[in-house]
Design a protein around this ligand. Structure first.
Ligand SMILES: Nc1ncnc2c1ncn2[C@@H]1O[C@H](COP(=O)(O)OP(=O)(O)OP(=O)(O)O)[C@@H](O)[C@H]1O
Ligand SMILES: [Mg+2]
Length: 228
Protein backbone atom coordinates (compact mmCIF):
# COMPACT_ATOMS: atom_id res chain seq x y z
CA UNK A 1 0.00 0.00 0.00
CA UNK A 2 1.45 3.33 -1.04
CA UNK A 3 0.69 6.48 0.96
CA UNK A 4 1.93 9.81 -0.36
CA UNK A 5 2.32 12.82 1.88
CA UNK A 6 2.65 15.69 -0.53
CA UNK A 7 1.85 19.25 -1.43
CA UNK A 8 3.65 22.28 -2.72
CA UNK A 9 3.81 24.51 0.30
CA UNK A 10 7.11 24.53 2.17
CA UNK A 11 6.90 24.03 5.91
CA UNK A 12 3.29 22.85 5.86
CA UNK A 13 4.27 19.78 7.89
CA UNK A 14 4.65 17.09 5.19
CA UNK A 15 7.78 15.42 6.57
CA UNK A 16 6.47 15.64 10.14
CA UNK A 17 3.18 13.99 9.13
CA UNK A 18 4.94 11.32 7.03
CA UNK A 19 7.21 10.41 9.94
CA UNK A 20 4.45 10.26 12.54
CA UNK A 21 2.23 8.20 10.24
CA UNK A 22 5.14 5.82 9.62
CA UNK A 23 5.51 5.25 13.36
CA UNK A 24 1.72 4.92 13.78
CA UNK A 25 1.57 2.21 11.09
CA UNK A 26 4.63 0.42 12.48
CA UNK A 27 2.99 0.32 15.91
CA UNK A 28 -0.70 -0.14 15.16
CA UNK A 29 -0.48 -2.49 12.22
CA UNK A 30 2.85 -4.15 13.13
CA UNK A 31 3.71 -3.65 9.51
CA UNK A 32 6.84 -3.58 7.43
CA UNK A 33 7.18 0.12 6.52
CA UNK A 34 9.47 1.76 3.98
CA UNK A 35 9.81 5.52 3.81
CA UNK A 36 10.69 7.04 0.45
CA UNK A 37 12.28 10.48 0.69
CA UNK A 38 11.88 12.49 -2.53
CA UNK A 39 13.12 15.73 -1.02
CA UNK A 40 16.71 16.76 -1.87
CA UNK A 41 16.77 18.47 1.55
CA UNK A 42 16.74 14.91 3.00
CA UNK A 43 14.58 15.83 6.02
CA UNK A 44 13.14 12.35 6.39
CA UNK A 45 16.43 10.60 5.58
CA UNK A 46 18.13 12.60 8.35
CA UNK A 47 15.29 11.73 10.73
CA UNK A 48 15.69 8.02 9.90
CA UNK A 49 19.45 8.26 10.42
CA UNK A 50 18.94 9.77 13.88
CA UNK A 51 16.28 7.15 14.58
CA UNK A 52 18.38 4.18 13.58
CA UNK A 53 21.19 5.32 15.88
CA UNK A 54 18.86 4.75 18.84
CA UNK A 55 18.54 1.01 19.50
CA UNK A 56 15.38 1.59 21.56
CA UNK A 57 13.39 2.83 18.56
CA UNK A 58 11.90 0.24 16.17
CA UNK A 59 13.72 0.26 12.84
CA UNK A 60 12.09 1.94 9.85
CA UNK A 61 13.68 1.61 6.41
CA UNK A 62 14.19 4.62 4.15
CA UNK A 63 15.46 5.23 0.64
CA UNK A 64 15.77 8.32 -1.54
CA UNK A 65 14.18 8.42 -4.95
CA UNK A 66 13.75 11.32 -7.36
CA UNK A 67 11.92 12.02 -10.62
CA UNK A 68 10.09 9.24 -12.46
CA UNK A 69 9.55 6.97 -9.49
CA UNK A 70 6.34 5.21 -10.55
CA UNK A 71 7.92 1.86 -11.48
CA UNK A 72 10.26 1.93 -8.48
CA UNK A 73 7.27 2.40 -6.19
CA UNK A 74 5.30 -0.40 -7.85
CA UNK A 75 8.29 -2.75 -7.42
CA UNK A 76 8.80 -1.78 -3.78
CA UNK A 77 5.08 -2.18 -3.09
CA UNK A 78 5.54 -5.93 -3.61
CA UNK A 79 8.18 -6.09 -0.87
CA UNK A 80 6.74 -3.84 1.85
CA UNK A 81 3.37 -3.70 3.60
CA UNK A 82 3.35 0.11 3.56
CA UNK A 83 5.34 2.64 1.58
CA UNK A 84 5.20 6.21 2.83
CA UNK A 85 6.41 8.78 0.34
CA UNK A 86 7.54 12.19 1.61
CA UNK A 87 7.37 14.46 -1.41
CA UNK A 88 8.47 18.06 -1.14
CA UNK A 89 7.13 20.70 -3.52
CA UNK A 90 10.50 20.77 -5.30
CA UNK A 91 10.10 17.44 -7.07
CA UNK A 92 6.91 17.86 -9.03
CA UNK A 93 7.65 14.85 -11.21
CA UNK A 94 8.05 12.52 -8.22
CA UNK A 95 4.84 13.86 -6.69
CA UNK A 96 2.84 13.19 -9.88
CA UNK A 97 4.45 9.76 -10.25
CA UNK A 98 3.59 8.85 -6.65
CA UNK A 99 0.03 10.17 -7.08
CA UNK A 100 -0.45 7.87 -10.04
CA UNK A 101 0.07 4.75 -7.88
CA UNK A 102 -0.79 5.80 -4.32
CA UNK A 103 -3.79 4.39 -2.45
CA UNK A 104 -3.78 7.43 -0.15
CA UNK A 105 -2.65 10.99 -0.79
CA UNK A 106 -2.43 13.23 2.27
CA UNK A 107 -1.90 16.95 1.78
CA UNK A 108 -0.94 18.80 4.98
CA UNK A 109 -1.82 22.50 4.93
CA UNK A 110 -1.79 25.16 7.62
CA UNK A 111 -4.97 27.21 7.96
CA UNK A 112 -3.22 30.15 6.32
CA UNK A 113 -3.92 32.00 3.11
CA UNK A 114 -0.56 31.23 1.53
CA UNK A 115 -1.07 27.51 2.10
CA UNK A 116 -4.64 27.63 0.82
CA UNK A 117 -3.46 29.39 -2.34
CA UNK A 118 -1.80 26.14 -3.44
CA UNK A 119 -5.21 24.41 -3.58
CA UNK A 120 -6.20 25.24 -7.21
CA UNK A 121 -2.99 23.71 -8.55
CA UNK A 122 -3.20 20.70 -6.21
CA UNK A 123 -6.79 20.07 -7.25
CA UNK A 124 -5.73 20.22 -10.90
CA UNK A 125 -2.89 17.77 -10.30
CA UNK A 126 -5.10 15.39 -8.33
CA UNK A 127 -7.87 15.32 -10.91
CA UNK A 128 -5.36 14.52 -13.66
CA UNK A 129 -3.86 11.70 -11.58
CA UNK A 130 -7.33 10.34 -10.73
CA UNK A 131 -7.79 9.50 -14.41
CA UNK A 132 -5.05 6.87 -14.16
CA UNK A 133 -5.56 6.06 -10.47
CA UNK A 134 -9.31 6.28 -9.83
CA UNK A 135 -9.15 4.41 -6.52
CA UNK A 136 -6.87 6.98 -4.94
CA UNK A 137 -8.15 8.54 -1.72
CA UNK A 138 -6.94 12.13 -1.45
CA UNK A 139 -7.47 14.38 1.53
CA UNK A 140 -6.15 17.56 3.02
CA UNK A 141 -5.22 17.60 6.72
CA UNK A 142 -4.94 20.86 8.60
CA UNK A 143 -1.70 21.15 10.56
CA UNK A 144 -0.15 23.53 13.07
CA UNK A 145 -3.58 24.94 13.90
CA UNK A 146 -3.72 27.75 16.46
CA UNK A 147 -4.87 26.21 19.76
CA UNK A 148 -6.68 29.30 21.06
CA UNK A 149 -10.47 28.88 21.10
CA UNK A 150 -10.79 32.40 19.65
CA UNK A 151 -8.95 31.18 16.54
CA UNK A 152 -11.16 28.14 16.01
CA UNK A 153 -13.13 29.96 13.34
CA UNK A 154 -10.00 30.21 11.20
CA UNK A 155 -9.70 26.43 11.09
CA UNK A 156 -13.36 26.04 10.08
CA UNK A 157 -13.00 28.71 7.39
CA UNK A 158 -9.89 27.04 6.01
CA UNK A 159 -11.75 23.72 5.84
CA UNK A 160 -14.56 25.42 3.94
CA UNK A 161 -12.05 26.74 1.41
CA UNK A 162 -10.73 23.20 0.90
CA UNK A 163 -14.28 21.90 0.39
CA UNK A 164 -14.94 24.64 -2.15
CA UNK A 165 -12.30 22.97 -4.35
CA UNK A 166 -14.19 19.68 -4.04
CA UNK A 167 -11.43 18.20 -1.96
CA UNK A 168 -11.83 16.19 1.22
CA UNK A 169 -10.47 17.53 4.48
CA UNK A 170 -10.10 15.45 7.62
CA UNK A 171 -12.09 16.47 10.70
CA UNK A 172 -9.03 15.85 12.87
CA UNK A 173 -6.16 18.33 12.79
CA UNK A 174 -2.80 18.86 14.44
CA UNK A 175 -2.44 21.88 16.70
CA UNK A 176 0.72 23.90 17.00
CA UNK A 177 2.73 22.04 19.65
CA UNK A 178 6.46 22.09 20.35
CA UNK A 179 6.53 18.33 20.83
CA UNK A 180 6.30 17.85 17.05
CA UNK A 181 9.52 19.75 16.56
CA UNK A 182 11.20 18.26 19.64
CA UNK A 183 10.47 14.65 18.72
CA UNK A 184 11.98 15.04 15.24
CA UNK A 185 15.36 16.00 16.62
CA UNK A 186 15.97 12.51 18.03
CA UNK A 187 14.44 10.55 15.16
CA UNK A 188 11.39 9.92 17.25
CA UNK A 189 7.65 10.48 16.98
CA UNK A 190 5.12 12.18 19.23
CA UNK A 191 3.66 8.68 19.67
CA UNK A 192 6.91 7.49 21.21
CA UNK A 193 7.92 10.56 23.24
CA UNK A 194 4.57 10.97 24.95
CA UNK A 195 2.21 8.14 23.95
CA UNK A 196 -0.71 9.51 25.98
CA UNK A 197 -0.08 13.16 25.12
CA UNK A 198 -2.32 15.45 23.10
CA UNK A 199 -0.13 15.33 19.98
CA UNK A 200 -0.08 11.52 20.03
CA UNK A 201 -3.86 11.51 20.24
CA UNK A 202 -4.01 13.90 17.28
CA UNK A 203 -1.86 11.62 15.12
CA UNK A 204 -3.82 8.51 16.08
CA UNK A 205 -7.12 10.28 15.34
CA UNK A 206 -5.84 11.49 11.95
CA UNK A 207 -4.55 8.03 10.98
CA UNK A 208 -7.74 6.28 12.08
CA UNK A 209 -9.94 8.76 10.25
CA UNK A 210 -7.79 8.46 7.11
CA UNK A 211 -7.78 4.66 6.99
CA UNK A 212 -11.53 4.52 7.60
CA UNK A 213 -12.31 6.44 4.36
CA UNK A 214 -13.74 3.96 1.85
CA UNK A 215 -12.27 4.10 -1.67
CA UNK A 216 -14.38 6.64 -3.55
CA UNK A 217 -14.67 5.01 -6.93
CA UNK A 218 -14.21 1.41 -5.77
CA UNK A 219 -17.51 0.22 -7.24
CA UNK A 220 -17.20 2.02 -10.57
CA UNK A 221 -13.57 0.93 -10.85
CA UNK A 222 -14.46 -2.73 -10.29
CA UNK A 223 -17.29 -2.52 -12.84
CA UNK A 224 -14.98 -0.96 -15.40
CA UNK A 225 -12.38 -3.69 -14.79
CA UNK A 226 -14.92 -6.48 -15.10
CA UNK A 227 -16.38 -4.92 -18.23
CA UNK A 228 -13.01 -4.62 -19.95
N1 LIG B 1 1.59 20.45 14.50
C1 LIG B 1 2.78 21.04 14.58
N2 LIG B 1 3.07 21.87 15.63
C2 LIG B 1 4.25 22.49 15.71
N3 LIG B 1 5.24 22.35 14.81
C3 LIG B 1 5.01 21.56 13.76
C4 LIG B 1 3.79 20.84 13.59
N4 LIG B 1 3.88 20.13 12.42
C5 LIG B 1 5.10 20.37 11.92
N5 LIG B 1 5.78 21.23 12.70
C6 LIG B 1 7.12 21.77 12.52
O1 LIG B 1 7.12 22.65 11.40
C7 LIG B 1 8.36 22.57 10.73
C8 LIG B 1 8.13 22.26 9.28
O2 LIG B 1 7.57 20.95 9.20
P1 LIG B 1 8.02 19.94 8.06
O3 LIG B 1 9.50 19.90 7.91
O4 LIG B 1 7.33 18.66 8.34
O5 LIG B 1 7.37 20.67 6.81
P2 LIG B 1 7.48 20.25 5.28
O6 LIG B 1 6.15 20.52 4.67
O7 LIG B 1 8.01 18.88 5.15
O8 LIG B 1 8.54 21.30 4.75
P3 LIG B 1 9.39 21.24 3.39
O9 LIG B 1 8.50 21.79 2.33
O10 LIG B 1 10.57 22.09 3.68
O11 LIG B 1 9.73 19.79 3.13
C9 LIG B 1 9.19 21.50 11.45
O12 LIG B 1 10.07 22.15 12.34
C10 LIG B 1 8.14 20.70 12.21
O13 LIG B 1 8.66 20.15 13.39
MG1 LIG C 1 9.67 18.11 4.17
Amino acid sequence: MILLVGGEKGGAGKSCMAQNLAVYITQAKQANVLMVDCDPQRTTSDWIQARNEDPNLPLINCIQLYGKIRNDLLGLDQRFDYIIVDCGGQDNLAMRAAMSVASYVVLPLRPKRRDLKTLPHMEDMLSTCKMVNPKMIATVVMTQCPPLPTQFKRILEAKEVVNSFNLKVLDHVTFNRNIYDDSEESGSSVLEIEPDGKAANEIRAIAEELFAIPPENAYEFQQAKEGS
